[in-house]
Design a binder for this molecule. Sequence first.
Ligand SMILES: C[S@@+](CC[C@H](N)C(=O)[O-])C[C@H]1O[C@@H](n2cnc3c(N)ncnc32)[C@H](O)[C@@H]1O
Length: 297
Amino acid sequence: MLHVPVLLEESLDFLLHDLSGKYLDLTFGRGSHSQEILKRLIPEGSLHAVDRDPEAVLFGKENINDPRFSIYHSNYSEIDSLFPEFQFEGILLDLGTCSTHLDNPNRGFSFQSNGPLDMRMDISTGFSAADWLNSATESEISDVLYQYGDEKASRKIANAIVKFRTMKPLKTTFELTTVIETVLKRTGKIHPATKSFQAIRIHVNQELHHLRVVLSKLHSILRAGGIVVVISFHSLEDRIVKNFFKPEVDRLPKDIPINTSVTEKYKCIGKKIKPSVHEIKNNPRSRSAVMRVFSKL
Ligand SMILES: C[S@@+](CC[C@H](N)C(=O)[O-])C[C@H]1O[C@@H](n2cnc3c(N)ncnc32)[C@H](O)[C@@H]1O
């Protein structure tokens, strides 16, 4: 199944304020946003795209044949070295994983199909979920499950993982799911492994770290008046985005006089925008999306 884009119309209506401009899609995925951007740009416009997943980049190279388009395999936290002298009109960040990750058992993202316990978005680097779960301490595992998954049973699950691996190393998604199910019983619609899988994926891909880094680098590659659109899928990401773009004046200690001069870098032009009821009905994955939009001053 292909990835269904989230908040497509809403995000591009903000992003594309000059149809002859140079744009950057930092999370290409399967290119649904990118293809729509190219459709709307006039011939003078151009689009650069980035993804850390080599499969996404290959998909882009094979499926988008347009002289205005180019795609790069890179972590978005390295954009300053990729585009040292560019000044973009708009930059899009559609965070998280693609449905294509979840749908491919060989990538190890899903508890619903069996496969190697990998979860890396970029399989050419870093450590897999199995590598980490087989070597981390019980308290490191418990902390990750709690902090990135808000998993209340984090300690029990971490303990069960450590017990399992004294017999044999964890290798597959179903082994991890089974271990979690020994501790947590299914209540309601949500599968007991949902939060743990999310937490481990965030940790393995260092998602929050890379998000903080990329946000700090956007300013230097954005034209004055340029637009940043960020779509987040969980509150940890959204909080980082919201706090990063918070006006400097709101960060000053309360006892500092109001007329203290601060140089603001961005203005918020779209706050906490959510998918419509219609979009959520057609694409339930969109239900947790939140979009924020900023303009460089
Ligand atoms: C939600 S999908 C984007 C979907 C895309 N907008 C589309 O229309 O198909 C997120 C994509 O961002 C990529 N990604 C996540 N973190 C990244 C990072 N730090 N650097 C580069 N790409 C990243 C993932 O590999 C994934 O393909």
